[in-house]
Design a protein. Structure first.
Length: 280
């Protein structure tokens, strides 16, 4: 009898505990506030430089009033808030969603601009931003994507308020992508792969002719053609180099091409190996 009484008492305690846990874990549904309140809270958060808080209020507004008076403005503000929060992937997605849902809106140029800007900002790694590393040394896919999105924006909205900034960023990205191609070309020269180096240098000459990287690209092309025993083509590129860059350091006083100096580990000697690369 005592055992059954203890068992019932224990069961009652367990049931009551589970009930308390269930009640405490149940989410309390916040009452809906007026649409204007959510919007004003978001604006205040942005003024106070609290983009994460603003994002929450804007998303609350969108979920409760998807077709309200402030819904479209909230969508644009959400893109901005996500950019301020450095959530560039989310900002890109929000911009694309706005473009899809409001293709004729007066501010759709802003959405196109912010879409490109989010890709541009996302391509800047923390290391390059804070340690001053050359962004041309990274994978250029995101840089090229940002350039293409900026080009799409400027072609659609050449008179947009944001067009001058977009063009300036395109100029910078063009230089970065060209320098990246040279980074890869130098790598292939170092690895004794002149054909691959040639392809990268020609990419710069053909697609980025107005960049500062063309001079070195021509030099790499000449070096690659010489390595490939294509003397005539090397001379043709040498003539182009002389004509366009008469003061280049890649040509000596006699008008001859100065062979590019490769790193020691491209053709290492005895001292390089015994010193583990510390002595060239």
């Amino acid at each position: 009898m005592g055992f059954h009484h203890s068992l019932l008492r224990f069961s009652g305690i367990v049931s009551f505990s589970l009930f308390i846990v269930a009640c405490s874990s149940k989410q309390v549904q916040e009452p809906d506030l007026p649409e204007r309140v959510y919007y004003d809270k978001a604006q205040q958060a942005l003024k106070e430089n609290l983009p994460t808080t603003a994002i929450k209020h804007l998303k609350d507004l969108d979920s409760r009033y998807p077709f309200g008076e402030f819904s479209t403005r909230a969508e644009l503000d959400l893109i901005y808030a996500q950019m301020e929060a450095s959530d560039f992937i989310a900002a890109h997605a929000s911009a694309e969603r706005f473009i899809k849902n409001h293709p004729e809106h007066d501010s759709v140029d802003y959405a196109y601009y912010m879409r490109a800007l989010s890709t541009y900002k996302g391509a800047e790694s923390l290391m390059s931003r804070y340690l001053n590393l050359d962004p041309s040394e990274r994978d250029s896919k995101e840089l090229a994507k940002a350039f293409n999105e900026l080009a799409d924006f400027t072609s659609r909205f050449p008179k947009s308020t944001y067009a001058p900034d977009a063009k300036a960023r395109m100029y910078y990205l063009r230089e970065m992508v060209a320098r990246h191609e040279l980074q890869v070309a130098r790598y292939y020269l170092k690895r004794k792969a002149p054909l691959s180096a040639l392809r990268r240098s020609q990419e710069v000459i053909q697609h980025y002719p107005s960049t500062r990287s063309v001079e070195e690209a021509l030099a790499i092309s000449i070096q690659s053609y010489n390595d490939l025993k294509q003397t005539d083509l090397a001379q043709t590129n040498l003539a182009v180099l002389k004509q366009n860059f008469p003061n280049t350091s890649y040509i000596d006083n006699n008008g001859n091409f100065v062979t590019l100096k490769l790193p020691s580990d491209a053709d290492p000697g005895f001292l390089y190996w015994v010193s583990f690369g510390l002595i060239n």
